[in-house]
Design a binder for this molecule. Structure first.
Ligand code: 5AD
Ligand code: SF4
Length: 479
């Protein structure tokens, strides 16, 4: 191994879960003396892959780098520090990053002082870090999801020593408050309510890359949301790999339902949350969502498969029947609720009949939106060592059939909106047409619309005129 400082990830350690209470660190973030002006006159370029947890981490990373004097650039060739915040959920997510690293390598020939960093979930993977060390010399700095707060020190070390720095913790993790943050949105904000995951679904790498389920304290979450409201934010999305587990590690009963209710009472106009697990989605939660108008009627409820045997092998803790019953209970209380889901096809040995059950589930729930994936083996997860008799071509065909059905319901649901008036939080001008605004309805539908006197951050009433594949068109109406 070339000279450098190495603390490498370990899959074996990342699996461990103890009963030890999680440490909540409230100390105010302070830059180490020598790192304070490290960024003055220097620029960084940050690219984020993957889910909202990574987006939110990137907001912290930008906050930290700006506090060191760095300024952000959108041009890779202008940067002194390039950082990729990566995703490991499927192999294609990793391939994208590895491809990007290849493309960016040439920038080092024109700027030999350029520092290349990689963080996020790929950094937590033993196999990937070994690969990076062996074949991607251009990467100077690797750090993981548990030690973002160490970035100033690690960057300083890398720049001064001109040696490679790898620092990845494979531990359960803690909760660190008061890190700097530069929010990417002016009207919509992500708010972490918990970190990590203990579900260990057999296909999933997240419990290994993000550590144990650990909740932020009630008071910390509520004061963050109050502050956002005071700053004029219109929407918060509560984030966790499995928000229904909120509070369990703190010994709180009905933690998420209670938290949601307290958040609703703060009176911020829009509250969303993601992701909820169908397993411990309680009736208390349904009641609270139905009770408050500012909790949006849009639920993301990953089903993964419609077949109970498959769900068992996936380690999902619910059956096809119990999922349908949950769906029924929600729809009964909130007939206008929109539903989205995640579905995996081609899990090892999935039969045609089992796949048919997934199609049946889509017919039953008539999802507004479904994110569909071909199963991708993840090193170290139980499913990765299962024999698999399903040919790749069959998996692709299943995905295509599934997508056709999903598209049918998505369109059917959208058609129902034509002629109706919906409330839209304005994101700004549409990316494709500067005469047209865009934003999301309460049901989380993307709406493109025309109107006068419209401003970013307004909530306006829009009459839907027609339907496109992924969005609805409309015009502002005044009451
Ligand atoms: N292969 C394919 N899809 C996966 N997901 C998680 N792990 C895998 C995997 N190994 C999907 C699940 C999850 C979503 C975020 O990604 O559907 O809900
Ligand atoms: Fe992965 Fe399952 Fe945890 Fe979701 S609940 S992050 S699919 S292990």
């Amino acid at each position: 191994m070339p000279k450098g400082n190495y603390q490498l990830p370990s899959l074996k350690d990342a699996k461990i879960r103890t009963r030890e209470a999680v440490k909540v660190e409230h100390a105010l973030f302070k830059l180490p003396e020598q790192t304070r002006n490290l960024g003055v006159g220097r620029k960084f370029y940050l690219r984020t892959y993957g889910c909202q947890a990574n987006e939110r981490d990137s907001e912290t990373i930008v906050g930290i780098l700006e506090s060191m004097g760095f300024s952000q650039t959108n041009e890779e060739q202008d940067a002194d520090f390039i950082l990729l915040n990566t995703c490991a959920i499927r192999k294609n997510a990793e391939d994208k990053v590895l491809g990007e690293l290849g493309m960016l390598k040439k920038l080092k020939t024109t700027n030999p002082d350029l520092i290349f960093g990689l963080c996020g979930c790929m950094a937590q993977e033993e196999e990937i870090v070994q690969l990076l060390l062996k074949t991607y010399n251009q990467v100077d700095l690797i750090f993981g999801t548990h030690n973002i707060h160490r970035l100033p020190e690690l960057l300083y070390q890398t720049m001064m020593s001109k040696e490679r720095t790898v620092e990845v913790y494979s531990k359960e993790g803690e909760v660190i408050e008061n890190l700097p943050v530069k929010r990417f949105g002016k009207h919509k904000a992500w708010v972490n309510i918990m970190y990590g995951c203990d579900k260990f679904c057999t296909y999933c790498i997240v419990p290994y890359t993000r550590g144990k389920e650990r909740s932020r304290l009630y008071g910390d979450i509520l004061s963050e949301i109050q502050e956002l409201k005071d700053q004029g934010y219109k929407e918060v999305t509560l984030l966790g790999q499995n928000v229904n587990a909120y509070g369990k590690d703190l010994g709180i009963e009905s933690g998420f339902a209670n938290l949601l209710e307290e958040v609703a009472k703060i009176g911020i106009p829009r509250i969303r949350f993601t992701t909820s697990h169908p397993w411990d989605f309680t009736d208390d939660m349904i009641d609270v969502i139905a009770k408050y108008d500012n909790i949006m009627p849009a639920i993301h409820l990953p089903v993964q498969s419609g077949n109970s045997d498959m769900l068992k092998i996936m380690g999902r803790r619910y059956t096809s029947e119990s999922y349908k019953s949950l769906y029924d209970r929600i729809i009964k209380k909130m007939p206008n609720c929109s539903f989205s889901t995640d579905i995996i096809v081609g899990f090892p040995n999935e039969t045609e009949e089992q796949f048919q059950d997934t199609l049946d589930m889509v017919n039953y729930c008539k999802y507004d939106l479904a994110y569909t994936f071909i199963y991708s083996p993840r090193e170290g997860t139980p499913a990765a060592s299962m024999e698999d008799n399903v040919p790749e071509q069959v998996k692709s065909e299943r995905l295509q059939r599934l997508n056709e059905l999903v598209g049918l319901y998505s369109n059917m649901n959208n058609q129902k909106y034509v002629g109706k008036v919906v409330n839209v939080l304005v994101d700004g001008l549409s990316k494709k047409n500067d005469q047209v605004y865009s934003g999301y309805s309460e049901e989380n539908k993307l709406i493109n619309f025309t109107g006068k006197d419209v401003h970013e951050g307004d909530i306006v009433r829009v009459k839907i005129t027609d339907v496109k594949s992924w969005s609805l068109n409309g015009e502002v109406v005044s009451d």
